[in-house]
Design a binder for this molecule. Sequence first.
Ligand code: ASP
Length: 464
Amino acid sequence: MQRTHIRETKDLIDVEVNLFGWVHNRRDHGKLIFLDLRDKTGVIQVVFTPDNEEIYKKAEKLRSEWVVNVKGRVQARPEKMINPELETGKVELSPLEVDILNEAATPPFALDTDGYEIGEENRMKYRYIDLRRQRMSKNMSVRHKIILFIRNWLDNRGFIEIETPILTKSTPEGARDYVVPSRMYPGKFFALPQSPQQYKQLLMVGGVEKYFQIARCFRDEDTRGDRQPEFTQLDLEMSFADRENLININEELLIDIVEKICPEKKIQEIPFPRLSFKEAMEKYGTDRPDLRNDKNDPNLLAFCWIIDFPFFEKDEESGRYTFTHNPFSAPKPEYMSDLLDKKNIDDILTSQYDVVLNGSEIGGGSLRNHRPEALESVFEIMGFEKNAIRDNFGHMLEALGLGAPPHGGIAWGLDRLITLLNNEPNIREVIAFPKTGDARDLMMESPSEISPKQLRELKLKLEK
Ligand code: ASP
């Protein structure tokens, strides 16, 4: 007999069905046993009566989270027993056969609540249990729908998805790298990508013209609030496009995601308002302003673009210039000659554009320097010696000198966007297996030690 999913039972009155799932809970009411059976689509009430002794006895043994197969007949509930809270609340199942597929130890926490009340450490240690929770199951499925929608949408516009390496090169351009020792070349290391930035630009040099990727990024930063050591970006790059093209394509995609996947949400203002960095700082004291007219409305989305950021800022400690966003960015065209001449550095504005939603930065990008001398100038302003520039970025300068087209792109913090669209308080709620605030995986117990043999193979010695 074919399997029926629980949600479908609401339309199958008087039909015999074959259900698989978990015991959500069991309530004994005098002679009757009520069992809520759950699969990924929903919950149905199963009612056991003592007249069928064999299965009644089985039902008495069932405990929360046991895995069962129940065959039975779907029946309309009597009028006063209807449960409007439940999608299947107008029906219940009269069981004909019960098969126990697996027993379960007492689960570490309850699954019939939204789970916010449970200590997060516990939820992470038993994440595979926590994922059974209906809220988490919905979050995973909305995440999937958004990503699938993005893929199809970009495909329709001629973008192609290309995977870029996870084992890359450590370069001093942003956050701290996660590094991987090389066994074949002792003393040398790969780095995990902080973003596919250089590869996506090299794809533009490679003539790809329209690239995207649902890309994992790794940054070894002291974790603050909403950050994760690894997170997911929608990464995108495009040749022969100007800032207007890039802003528009991203804006259209964001609007379509909201309209198609989260129709209950309302976008406050279209086109998204644009503010210069200066305006945002003067008016709101932040470059991530929350522009919502009504902050109590959970379904209101206020997007905005922030543009015209300064390219460089002085590092307080070293007194040296550093970039505010991305060293590969191009300045706004009117500042190109100052960049090349290394003049009026504090006044140079970058082509950078950030997209902000309800006070959170959910993406940022820029046009890039596609001529090698402009990129070299950025690194010189930052005080890098010629040799250091060649060692770290020689491959980029060489590529730009081999016919690089004008190009630009963006990366969205996809976890954060999905978090906001699901009204969740933090990105860990929309990541299947997140790390803790202090960068540990409590379920796998990593990071963990490696064996002396592995250390020897890598020619690594640990300091005591
Ligand atoms: N790669 C940049 C980042 O991760 C974004 C971009 O400019 O595309 O911040």
